[in-house]
Design a protein around this ligand. Sequence first.
Ligand SMILES: Cc1cc2nc3c(=O)[nH]c(=O)nc-3n(C[C@H](O)[C@H](O)[C@H](O)COP(=O)(O)O)c2cc1C
Length: 225
Amino acid sequence: MSPATNRKPRSRSHQRQFPAAASPGPETKNQKPKTKNQKLPLIVALTGASGSIYGIRLLQRLRAFPAIETHLVISRNAEKVIALETDWTPARIRKLADRCWDPGELAAPIASGSFRTSGMAIAPCSIKTLAAVAGCHAADLVSRAADVTLKERRPLVLLVRETPLHVGHLRCMLEAAQAGAVILPPVPAFYARPRSVADLVDQTVGKVLDVLGLDDPDYRRWRGV
Ligand SMILES: Cc1cc2nc3c(=O)[nH]c(=O)nc-3n(C[C@H](O)[C@H](O)[C@H](O)COP(=O)(O)O)c2cc1C
C-alpha cells in the first residue's frame, strides 16, 4: 500500500470550470464542490505505453488548478517504461500528485463510484489497459478506476499509444468509445508551429485538460486565419 503524499500549496491560481466538458450527463451537476474550498478529485494513471512524459506533464499542468486534487496510479509496467525513456523516477512523479495509490490497491477510494471525481486521464494508455477498459476487465486499480469513471458517466480520457494499429486495437478503441471514453491518442498538430518536443507534449496535454473541462491558459488554440 502506498501512503498518500502531501505537497506544498500550488502557487498559480487558475479558474476551474465545472462541469467537465466531455461529460454533459446528469451526474456532472452533482460533482460540483459543496463549498468554495472543497477540492475535486481527478484521477491520473500512467501505464506501460511509451510516452510517460504525457502523464508527467499532465500532473505538472494540473498543479496550476488549485481546486483539483490529483489521485495518481502508476502501473508496474509504467515504472519500467519511465526508467527506460525518462530521467524521472516514480517517486519523483508521485510528488507531483496530491494522493497516490498502488495499482493493486483495489480498496482505494477511487475504486468506488461513491467517491466523487471529476474524471480520469490515462496518459499514456497501453493497448493492454485499453483492452481491459474496453472489456470491463477491472483487475487492477487503473482499469477499475476507469471502469468506475465510465459507469458514473464521468469523463475518461485515454491517450492510447501504439502504432501501427491492428483491427483488435481499433475494436477496443471503438468499444471503449461506445462506453463513453474519449480516445485521445497523442497525435501532434503542426499548425501551432511546435519548436520542441515539449511544445508537442504540451499541445496534447492542453487538449486533455480541455476534455476534462479545465481551461489551460497556456494551451495554444487555433484562432483561424
Ligand atoms: C519501452 C517499452 C515501450 C512500450 N511501449 C508500448 C506502447 O507504446 N504501447 C503499448 O500498448 N505497449 C507498450 N509497451 C508494452 C506494455 O508495457 C505492456 O503491454 C504492458 O503489459 C502494459 O501494462 P500496463 O497497461 O498494466 O501498464 C512497451 C513496453 C516497453 C518496455
